[in-house]
Write a protein that binds this ligand. Structure first.
Ligand code: GLP
Length: 244
């Protein structure tokens, strides 16, 4: 088991290079890799760096397939603020990944049944190869808001006040942020063959240490990264990690 490998880098530029190195290597190592791709601010420079490497012929994402990590509920189709739209602009488009190689989370109809079907689809394909994740201020992974047990399935969740406040910058005000979302569950994420979590900025200092060094349990979903069998790498910049 051994616990997560923690790679502390000096700044956000170094984080994007280290992230791109790791992701390009992991994706190249598994032809047809099934990869969960987080949105959020932190991985954006890493995706831009990967796209640059693709343009230079240094990275070939042609064989990979992508799964959506999380999504707001209650949006109009085509809303630019959807996380799918963000993933399209930041990852799918720049990587040249067509929609038929993307598994989108359900956002309408019988969501309980559709979420169960999503987990079954992942299981039937042999699980996830790689999960690219960020870290929420409350220790969430995707939108697995605390408390979230390690076996939590893909499901509908109520967003917590802290998550709503953190995402208000994308919506103009706290009151405009959707209150419900759907997320790939903890069970699938923690079973991925490799997990890469990127963490940046002083505001994440307390939660990254709590997640990686504190007690393990549902109150801090990311703390389960300490005890999974898969290879977990956390790339964290100096501002988030501190001098320790
Ligand atoms: C959001 C998303 C997560 C993301 C996290 C961190 O709420 N649901 O998938 O990883 O928060 O985001 P950021 O990288 O912007 O700090």
């Amino acid at each position: 088991m051994g616990g997560p490998r923690i790679q502390v880098v000096e700044d956000t530029d170094a984080l994007s290079r280290a992230g791109a190195d790791l992701l390009a290597g992991s994706i190249a190592a598994i032809p047809g890799a099934r990869v969960v791709v987080a949105t959020g601010h932190t991985p954006m420079a890493t995706y831009a760096e990967l796209a640059e490497r693709r343009r230079s012929g240094l990275f070939d994402p042609a064989a990979m397939s992508v799964l959506q990590l999380d999504e707001y509920l209650g949006l109009e189709p085509g809303d630019r603020r959807s996380l799918y739209g963000w993933m399209q602009r930041s990852f799918l488009g720049p990587m040249g990944i067509a929609e038929d190689r993307v598994a989108r989370l359900p956002v309408e109809g019988d969501l309980d049944a559709a979420c169960a079907g999503f987990d079954q689809m992942i299981d039937s394909r042999g699980g996830l190869d790689l999960a690219i994740l960020g870290l929420g201020l409350n220790g969430h992974l995707g939108f697995n808001e605390p408390p979230a047990d390690r076996s939590a399935p893909t499901r509908v969740v109520d967003l917590s006040p802290v998550t709503i406040a953190a995402n208000a910058r994308y919506w103009g005000s706290v009151g405009a942020v959707p209150t419900k979302a759907v997320t790939i569950g903890m069970r699938q994420l923690l079973s991925a063959r490799a997990i890469v979590m990127v963490v940046s900025g002083e505001g994440k200092r307390a939660i990254v240490h709590r997640s990686l060094e504190g007690s393990v349990g549902p109150d801090v979903p990311a703390s389960f990264l300490q005890v999974v069998d898969s290879g977990v790498t956390v790339i964290v910049d100096r501002a988030a990690w501190g001098e320790g």
